[in-house]
Design a protein around this ligand. Structure first.
Ligand SMILES: O=C(CO)COP(=O)(O)O
Length: 254
C-alpha cells in the first residue's frame, strides 16, 4: 500500500501575522526530522501564506495549504483570491468543500467542481472535504450524502486528475464540538469512500487515495483513529493551533 499519510492543520480564521509566525516556528521546532511517509500540511489564512511558505521551505515533509480559492483565474471579484495567485506564493494544496464553506457561504457541488478544476489547472492538489450533519447521521443516511458530495465535486475528473485529490471526511457534528467520531464510525465511512472511488476509478486508485479524518481530533484520540486501516491521517482544527498538541497528533501518524 503506497498511499501517503498526511496530518494537516486547518487554522480557519485564527492567528494574526505575528501569532501565526510564532506558531509555525513552534511547530517546526517540535516536528522537524519527520520520516518520509508522513506529510505535514499547514493551512493558515491567506494573510499568512507567503510568510509561512518562507518559514517551511527548508524543512522536509512540510507543505502549505490555502483554505479556499475562487474558481476564476482573475477578474472583477472584489475580495477574492484565485488558485493562480495561491500557486505563486508557494501553496501546494487547497482545502475545498469544508462544511463551514458549504454552510456559511452556500458552496454547492456545482461551484466546488469548478474550484477543484481551478486548483488542478494551477498545478496544486486538493484536500476535498465531505461529511454529514447530525440529522443525516441520526437518520443513518450519511453514506448517501457523502457519495453525492464526492460524485458532484470530484467525479468529473479523469484518472490523472483524480490522483491529485486527498479526501477529508469531517462529520459536521464532530467539528469543534469535542464529540469525535468513534474509530469504528470513521473506519466504516473511510472504507465506504474507498469503495465509491473504486467503482469509478478502479482498485488501484481506491487503494492509493489518501483519506483523512477531521472533527475534534486531538492528542488523546489521534492514535486510535489513525490506527484504522482506511484512515490515513487527519485534518485538524482547534488542536492545530497549539504546537504541542499538533506535534503529538503528527507523531501519532507514524
Ligand atoms: O474542521 C476541522 C478541520 O477542518 C476540524 O475542526 P476541529 O478539529 O476543531 O473539530
Amino acid at each position: 500500500m503506497s498511499r501517503t499519510k498526511i496530518v494537516a492543520g486547518n487554522w480557519k480564521m485564527n492567528q494574526n501575522l505575528f501569532e501565526g509566525k510564532q506558531l509555525v516556528t513552534d511547530i517546526l521546532k517540535r516536528s522537524s526530522n519527520l520520516s518520509e511517509n508522513v506529510k505535514v500540511v499547514i493551512a493558515p489564512p491567506f494573510t499568512q501564506l507567503e510568510l509561512a511558505a518562507s518559514q517551511i521551505k527548508d524543512t522536509e515533509g512540510f507543505y502549505l495549504a490555502a483554505q479556499n480559492c475562487h474558481q476564476e483565474k482573475a477578474g472583477a471579484y472584489t475580495g477574492e483570491v484565485s488558485a493562480y495567485m495561491l500557486k505563486s506564493v508557494g501553496v501546494d494544496y487547497v482545502i475545498l468543500g469544508h462544511s463551514e464553506r458549504r454552510q456559511y457561504f452556500g458552496e454547492d457541488e456545482t461551484l466546488l467542481a469548478k474550484k477543484v478544476n481551478a486548483v488542478l489547472d494551477a498545478e496544486m492538489k486538493v484536500i476535498f472535504c465531505v461529511g454529514e450533519p447530525l440529522e443525516i447521521r441520526d437518520a443513518n443516511t450519511q453514506n448517501e450524502l457523502v457519495k453525492k458530495q464526492i460524485l458532484g465535486g470530484l467525479f468529473h475528473l479523469d484518472a490523472t486528475q483524480f490522483e491529485k485529490i486527498v479526501i477529508a471526511y469531517e462529520p459536521v457534528w464532530a467539528i469543534g464540538t469535542g464529540r469525535t467520531a468513534t474509530a469504528e464510525q470513521a473506519q466504516d465511512m473511510h472504507a465506504f469512500i474507498r469503495s465509491v472511488i473504486e467503482e469509478k476509478y478502479g482498485n488501484d486508485m481506491a487503494a492509493n487515495t489518501t483519506i483523512l479524518y477531521g472533527g475534534s481530533c486531538n492528542p488523546a484520540n489521534a492514535a486510535t483513529l489513525f490506527a484504522c486501516p482506511d484512515v490515513d491521517g487527519g485534518l485538524i482544527g482547534g488542536a492545530s493551533l497549539k504546537a504541542d498538541d499538533f506535534d503529538a497528533i503528527i507523531k501519532a501518524a507514524f
